[in-house]
Design a protein around this ligand. Sequence first.
Ligand code: AMP
Length: 401
Amino acid sequence: MTTIDQYDFSGKKALVRVDFNVPLNNNFEITDDTRIRAAVPTIRKILNDGGSVILMSHLGRPKGGPEEKYSLKHLLPTLRETFQTTIKFSPDCVGAEALELATGLQPGEILLLENLRFHKEEEKGDQIFAEKLSLLGDVYVNDAFGTAHRAHASTAIVADYFPHDKVCGTVMQSELENAQKVLQYADRPFTAIMGGAKISDKIQVIEQLLDRVDNLIIGGGMSYTFAKAQGGTIGNSLLEEDKLQFTLDLLKKAEEKGVKIYLPSDTVIADAFDNNANRDVVTSGTIPDGWMGLDIGPETRATFAEVVRNSKTVLWNGPMGVFEFENFAIGTKAIAEAVVEATKSGAYSLIGGGDSAAAVTQMGHAHDVSYVSTGGGALLEYMEGKQLPGVLALQFEESPL
Ligand code: AMP
């Protein structure tokens, strides 16, 4: 795989797949520009080499045609402020106008293409659409790790049209390096913290991790299925009826492999799914009817935090409770703080995308951990041991002996 530092972009037009799927408010202003900031090193390297940049991305989930609220033109003011250079915009990502604008692009300039998903061919991984995109640049760069698990036209198929000129961007490279650090070179003890709503989303990754970790901490909504399977009562808490047996099998497998599993010993319960609901703390598996578990309890916070603080590698995916409600964010905060402390003491900590990344960022700790991944689903699939189409597409065919 060619990394961005290994390629000289001088005089080249680089077709760069970025993940500019940023949140916008009702006035189409960007409310969190993390993803744009993440792509800056890749874009700057190309411009500094004397190349020009053609940016392509998706934004939101349009139905397959143009929609004002999903137009990438709303990003232009931020991009102009960030790069202080000419930024042109093509109202269609393919076709005559895009081609003309790309052809006229001068070194140091940027062309932003309209939302790729205004064409339904993008998500279908359509060859012809990918070929049309490929006409715009001399070299393809993929810096969108968050969509690398999708074989879309711009994330994978287009790479076929650049057999010798396909490059891994800095975001993509650091995501892969950081994932490798925990998958292959983890210092021990290695603790994985799994939380969030559903076991079913994380079964494969949990199974993979059993071969690697020393400790597996399970919190969040998924822990109630474990409590129920062990004979407890869980009231109206989240339950995946069809995963009851899986949880028992997992506990057995963990024991066989010498992995220590930590489940909540107490839980914060509520009489409604509401920040202002009545609250109480009970022993796990003793939740009365009409109540639901929305966070880990104080005893669990202390136990989990202690395990985390004594770890040398920490991987965290999924909140410990409904952290969007302030009153039920205490468990997630306690774990975030323990991860920060472990990091300060020399541990390597990787926060896996989606909600855990949001929680750590929201709590102001994004810079106090080793790495916050930008890819939720992509990171999980990578951790499951799957080949990501977007990564595979950047690899060169082995030359025959
Ligand atoms: P995931 O995307 O699977 O990581 O799940 C994240 C979501 O799980 C967040 O929106 C949390 O509010 C939710 N969650 C965590 N714990 C609970 C719980 N005890 N009950 C309901 N939802 C939860």
